[in-house]
Design a protein around this ligand. Structure first.
Ligand code: GLN
Ligand code: ZN
Length: 756
């Protein structure tokens, strides 16, 4: 018998039921009991799906009303003191206030969960944080699952990862010092789970896949020696990367089992083959949507089974929270692209794959012959598909000249040629791309998609909008105009729909944070741009005005980062394919007279690998893919890029290496602090630091913008400084947008006069 188990399950439900119920509860349309009932029914369904696939332990405690790290803050008593709440008696309303803020307190900050697109709430630790156990969250879910007759395995994030993911607040100290206070509280929580009859407890320590300081790594020994005293078996779960460098440490810990992510880091297995306890092999991809080739998974598992016997467990690589729920509802995709459909597996299909593996390991492959043959057929078809492996794409990439990603001349020469025709004033003003997306625009786009609006009427509506946006910018006296992106619902989806190699699901939602879900495009085949994507719109916008119109594209790294990416070729290759496809668009724009072109890369930093040792390789191919997207442009064509708020300090050389003529970045929220790094680094090209926050309808005062611009002038020579908002304006309304831009223009003109 081979044990199978699940590390975690999607929480929001097949139809995003939890999201809709939460939002109705927040709007006070339903009562707390209604929300609780719905959540309970959802948990029951989720567990039954797991049980139906014969898993030996269903995951319990992973369900959350908002975030599992917030649950842990409550369970350990580490909720921020600033709210004044009692973690022992927290109401659901207060729980949501922690997550979403209230009149007096801003919400707990959010950040990305490792390198996924899920966001967790960052614990705020203080020097005097006093932990206090409140295991109710886990205990209640165990009771519920047990009442259904299920075999449970509670799931909790471990103390070192929990501490590591938090931040110090208030008086300076090192949160590592809190460990001694935290561990007894964990013991108390674990004991409460034991009292509920938990035989195994899964403790997640994904921090082990990061670059941890040595004192943190060392601490695992003492911490787990302590936790192992509880009267249950502990399964230490690692995922998202290799933990081979800690193999000796991990093999020596007094836990009863270890889970390894063999999808992200298959090579680490060799370091653990002599493990003497339960080894849980994460062999079904938990973060992507591809069906496994079960025969080849079994080829790897068979020798392991021979060695470990009953000590081999199997599981998905990580929690399934990162995959959509059910492929079977994708009837449109199935009709349109049956081959692609047969290559996919969402959560429900993945647990079934696990079931097939379990049967094969327990009763031999013959017992599941049909399922294995099916899986093999899909894998073979995918490997040989002419639709996804296009010779012309491979050849084009292979035959790029060595300097394909280099501009013809250095920046100094280019900018002189650009300035000669652009004729811009000092401190040129521009926008990041989108303008307010009114209900009419959204409605027109939606009706056109549904087929309720003719192509002609849709074009008319968009053109009207573009004209409005152009006239507004002219009235404001902006220098480099944008068309406003009214035709785009989403900056990645828009391009995915126009490129070959992309597909879209109807219900392929994954949780981003709280009640928010995203539906990433699927990159399944070689990427080709069959025809121009944005040229018509930009050209039309340019025809309306004497001012310069900026073309607007989403960059290859951002498209890659916000999609489900094929796993049969390296990500770097996919990214370069997108870059090359985009270059066709850039050259067509140039030919059409659009000679200022912005290629947005807000996600470039998100793609950084978890371990620093892998950063250079990533930055190298990401930079190349970006530069390929403008290959072949003339010196006097001006390439812009845009990035949103993130720490750039540590990757500035790579950003300079993108060699965009102009970079616009979100800086106002950090009070231009970010820009200081660009100054210290002596960033060589033009920079447009954002001068106001676009997340708020608040109109900045002239003094605020003036102060920010003067700060910027201290760092960037006036000849290389642009003026723009932090980011696109699609989430704003028109009245505040105009008022905000008016202030920006007024201050700019004042400073221009002074600098002239
Ligand atoms: N051009 C995009 C816009 O203006 C950029 C969005 C972004 O940076 N996230 O909406
Ligand atoms: Zn942005």
């Amino acid at each position: 018998m081979t044990i199978s188990h699940i590390l975690g399950f999607p929480r929001v439900g097949a139809k995003r039921e939890l999201k809709f119920a939460q939002e109705r509860y927040w709007r006070k349309e339903i009562a707390e009991q209604d929300l609780q009932d719905l959540a309970k029914a959802l948990r029951e369904k989720n567990w039954k799906h797991q049980a139906a696939a014969n898993v030996d332990y269903v995951a319990v405690g992973d369900f959350t009303f908002y975030d599992h790290i917030l649950d842990l803050q409550v369970a350990t008593g580490a909720i921020p003191a600033r709210f004044g709440f009692d973690s022992q008696n927290l109401t659901l309303d207060q729980y949501f206030q922690l997550a979403r803020g209230n009149k007096e307190q801003f919400a707990i900050e959010m950040t990305k969960w490792f390198d996924t697109n899920y966001h967790y709430l960052v614990p705020e630790f203080q020097k005097n944080t006093q932990f206090k156990a409140n295991p109710a969250h886990y205990v209640n879910q165990i009771r519920e699952a047990k009442a259904l007759g299920l075999n449970v395995k509670p799931v909790i994030v471990g103390p070192l990862t929990f501490l590591w993911l938090g931040k110090e607040k208030g008086e300076a100290f090192n949160r590592f010092e809190l460990l001694n206070r935290l561990v007894p509280v964990y013991t108390e929580i674990l004991n409460a789970l034991v009292a509920e009859g938990a035989e195994w407890i899964q403790i997640d320590e994904p921090a082990l896949a990061l670059d941890l300081p040595s004192e943190w790594v060392e601490a695992y020994k003492a911490v787990y020696a302590e936790l192992a005293k509880v009267n249950a078996k502990l399964l230490l779960a690692t995922y998202f990367g290799s933990v081979a460098e800690h193999a000796e440490l991990l093999k020596g810990l007094p836990v009863d089992g270890l889970h390894l992510d063999l999808i992200r880091a298959p090579e680490q297995l060799s370091a653990f083959e002599d493990y003497s306890k339960v080894l849980s092999a994460g062999v079904i991809e938990g973060r992507n949507i591809w069906r496994a080739n079960l025969n080849s998974v079994l080829d790897r598992l068979d020798p392991l089974k021979a060695k470990l016997g009953e000590r081999l467990w199997i599981a998905p690589s990580c929690s399934l929270l990162h995959t959509p729920f059910d492929l079977e509802v994708e009837v449109q995709l199935k009709a349109k692209n049956p081959a692609l459909y047969s290559w996919l597996a969402f959560t429900l299909q993945k647990v079934e794959e696990l079931n097939v593996l379990k049967q094969a390991l327990t009763n031999g492959r013959d017992a599941v012959k049909a399922a294995l043959a099916d899986s093999q057929a899909a894998a073979d078809a995918r490997a040989n598909s002419k639709e996804i492996h296009r010779l012309e794409v491979a050849e084009r990439l292979a035959n790029l000249p060595a300097d394909a990603d280099k501009r013809q001349s250095p920046f100094a020469e280019r900018i002189a040629k650009q300035n000669a025709w652009l004729n811009l004033p000092l401190l040129p003003t521009t926008n990041i791309g989108s303008f307010p997306q009114t209900t009419e625009i959204r409605h027109a786009r939606a009706s056109f998609k549904k087929g309720d609006l003719s192509l002609e009427d849709y074009e008319t509506a968009m053109k009207k909008e573009i004209e409005y946006v152009v006239r507004r910018q002219e009235a404001l006296d902006l220098d480099v105009l944008v068309h406003g992106e009214a035709e785009r619902n989403d900056m990645v989806e828009y391009f995915g729909e126009l490129l070959d190699g992309f597909a879209f699901t109807k219900f392929g939602w994954v949780q981003s944070y709280g009640s928010r879900c995203v539906k990433p495009p699927v990159i399944y085949g070689d990427v080709v741009r069959p025809e121009p994507m944005t040229v018509r719109w930009s050209q039309y916008a340019q025809s309306l005005t004497q001012k310069v119109m900026k073309g607007m594209l989403t960059g290859p790294v951002t498209i890659l980062q916000w999609s489900f990416v094929r796993n049969d070729i390296p990500r770097s290759t996919v990214c370069k394919q997108i870059g090359v496809a985009l270059s066709d668009e850039v050259l067509d724009l140039e030919k059409a007279g659009i000679k200022v072109i912005q290629i947005d890369e807000p996600a470039i930093r998100e793609g950084l690998p978890l371990k620093r040792a892998d950063w250079d390789a990533y930055l190298q191919w990401a930079g190349e893919a970006f530069r390929l997207s403008y290959m072949g442009v003339a010196d006097d064509t001006q390439i812009h890029t845009h990035m949103c708020y993130s720490e750039f300090n540590d990757i500035l050389p790579a950003i300079a290496g993108l060699d965009a003529d102009v970079i616009t970045i979100e800086t106002s929220r950090s009070d231009m602090e970010l820009l200081t790094a660009f100054g210290d680094f002596k960033y060589p090209n033009d920079i447009g630091p954002g001068v106001y926050d676009i997340h708020s309808p608040r109109v900045p005062t002239e003094e605020e913008i003036e102060r920010l611009l003067r700060k910027a002038l201290n760092v960037v020579p006036k000849e290389r400084l642009w003026v723009n908002p932090d980011c696109g304006l699609k989430t704003r309304g028109w009245p505040e947008t105009i008022a905000q831009l008016e202030v920006m223009m007024k201050v700019t003109k004042k400073l221009r006069a002074e600098l002239a």
